[in-house]
Ligand binder design. Structure first.
Ligand SMILES: NC(=O)C1=CN([C@@H]2O[C@H](COP(=O)(O)OP(=O)(O)OC[C@H]3O[C@@H](n4cnc5c(N)ncnc54)[C@H](O)[C@@H]3O)[C@@H](O)[C@H]2O)[C@@H](O)CC1
Ligand SMILES: [K+]
Length: 486
């Protein structure tokens, strides 16, 4: 089962693996043609009703696979307004191949019969797929009504036009129209909304490599873009709780959170290091706490600061003092928001009873310190991480040559990054990045996207600096690393 958003991510990841969307469209069109062959004999009249997006593109491909049939291609709208290059290329290929086509520019003239007036035996609904928004507009609305009025077998491409593949509900309100399909040929995996429909659903393998789902890729960065209408604070407020024996660690987390897109980043740290942390960057808001180490006396103040932020990052540079450990324990017991837990705070996690939504970012040594297990075989390691995530009831991002992310259900691996990143401080950068992304998306998605982006920033830093890469090279490279190329 795959949602529309995840499908778009996997599609982008497949392209990054060298399987571009046009190639997938070819497979999709072939699968649609197979479905036509399954319901009608050669020579039958088949009407392909195509929208101007990639859903329509799939049927334009299918037309080339159906030379044994009496095919009529109806394009809804003017060919100049086809919305994607790959759909347009497939439209042009039909003209060059002398396959007859018809552009419907006036909804009232839409007619599914072929030029000889013959009613089609099969209608392929390729008007709209996963790109639909709102109720069907013209000419799709009139065309859907006409399709529903025919006696033909209706085969929907990917999803019946006007239906939300995630819910199975019509995309419009009130008297909205949607195609009533007899069959649906959907791609790659089942869609949550299709099972509820009164239609036979076929899932077609279109050649998306399993690695496009198993591994992170640029698709994992989709959906993190800012809403153009957003205000200060809408894109994340992050509190970093750290420092004492160290000043660099909380600063690196804070700088990374800012570069990963957070609007406001605050650092709560002992007053002994507060001015040093502030000195690194005027962009960070520093909240100084009495003393030179965090301890139980700071819990109330930190809890009230945390309540004003979307996510709290606990751990960077806190050190191993007993009092600090007690602070982390009491804070996590009290806190019910979302927290990224890193470094010395990790060892507290197994012994604490918390309502917080935890994202833990251990390296393999820290994982073992928490009571988790590791293995050299990546698949075995992935399963161990998944099981341990279930045990702690949170999300785990276990760092390594291949990072493993799991929330106990899903597992995703990340291959970006390089051995230069074993230098101190890169983990602090990662924790801050996870914090920023967790403020705008779910924990699992944030951890996967952060692992991918920080590894990519590290790869760019290694290109520039080789083995001399240092953690401060990474935050400024995050914005470029987070560009998804769309
Ligand atoms: N991995 C994938 O995601 C693949 C997707 N493919 C196909 O691509 C489809 C998605 O393509 P697109 O993203 O181009 O989206 P669509 O083909 O669903 O069309 C989207 C366009 O239709 C218009 N539109 C949106 N809502 C409308 C409404 N209510 N009334 C009238 N017009 C409306 C918009 O201008 C939008 O640009 C999938 O459903 C599938 O058929 C396949 O080609 C191959 C692989
Ligand atoms: K469709």
């Amino acid at each position: 089962m795959i949602t529309t958003d995840r499908m778009a991510a996997v599609d982008a990841n497949a392209a990054a693996l060298g399987v571009p969307r046009k190639q997938l469209m070819e497979s999709s069109g072939n699968a649609v043609a197979s479905e036509v062959r399954a319901v009608a004999d050669p020579g039958a009249a088949v009407a392909l009703v195509c929208g101007r997006g990639n859903n329509g593109g799939d049927a334009l491909v299918a037309a080339r696979f159906l030379s044994a049939y009496d095919v009529t291609v109806h394009l809804l709208g003017r060919p100049e307004t086809i919305r994607t290059d790959i759909a347009r290329e497939n439209w042009d290929a039909l003209a060059s191949a002398e396959i007859p086509t018809e552009a419907v520019t006036d909804a009232s003239e839409f007619d599914v019969t072929d030029p000889g007036g013959r009613d089609p035996e099969v209608v392929v609904d390729a008007m709209l797929g996963s790109g639909v928004s709102g109720g069907l507009r013209e000419p799709e609305r009139t065309a859907a009504t006409a399709i529903n009025a025919t006696d033909a077998t209706v085969i929907a491409v990917d999803v019946p036009s006007g239906i939300d593949a995630d819910t199975g509900d019509p995309t419009g309100e009130g008297d909205s129209v949607a195609v009533d399909a007899d069959r649906v040929v959907t791609f790659h995996d089942e869609k949550p909304g299709l099972a509820a429909l009164d239609a036979a659903v076929t899932v077609a393998d279109i050649g998306i490599p399993a690695a496009a789902e198993r591994f992170t890729g640029p698709g994992d960065l989709l959906g993190l873009d800012r809403d153009p209408d957003s205000h200060k604070g809408d894109n994340g407020e992050v509190l970093v709780v750290g420092g004492g024996p160290y000043t660099g660690a909380p600063t690196l987390s804070a700088l990374a959170a800012l570069r990963a897109g957070a609007d406001l980043v605050r650092v709560a740290c002992p007053e002994s290091v507060a001015s040093a942390v502030q000195g690194f960057s005027p962009n960070v808001i520093v909240r100084a706490l009495p003393g030179d180490r965090l301890g139980p006396s700071h819990v109330d103040r930190v809890a009230s600061l945390a309540a004003d932020n979307d996510v709290t990052v606990v751990g960077p540079g806190l050190g191993t003092d007993d009092g600090t450990r007690e602070f982390v324990h009491e804070f996590l017991t009290e806190y019910a928001g979302r927290a990224v837990v890193d470094a010395d705070a990790l060892r507290v996690v197994p012994e604490v009873d918390t309502d917080a939504g935890l994202i833990c970012t251990p390296h393999q040594g820290e994982l073992v310190g928490m009571g988790g297990e590791t293995a050299s075989d990546p698949d075995e390691r992935a399963e161990l991480v998944r099981a341990f995530a279930t045990e702690i009831g949170g999300t785990l991002l276990v760092k390594g040559a291949v990072d493993v992310v799991s929330d106990g259900a899903a597992v995703r691996l990340n291959r970006t990054g390089n051995p230069g990143m074993t230098v101190g401080g890169t983990g602090d950068v990662l924790a801050g990045t996870v914090g920023a992304l967790a403020a705008v998306t779910d924990s699992f998605g944030a951890a996967a996207a952060a692992a991918y982006a920080v590894g990519r920033a590290g790869d760019a830093a290694a290109d520039a600096n080789g083995a001399g890469l240092v953690a401060t090279d990474l935050p400024d490279r995050l914005p470029e690393a987070m560009r998804n190329g769309e």
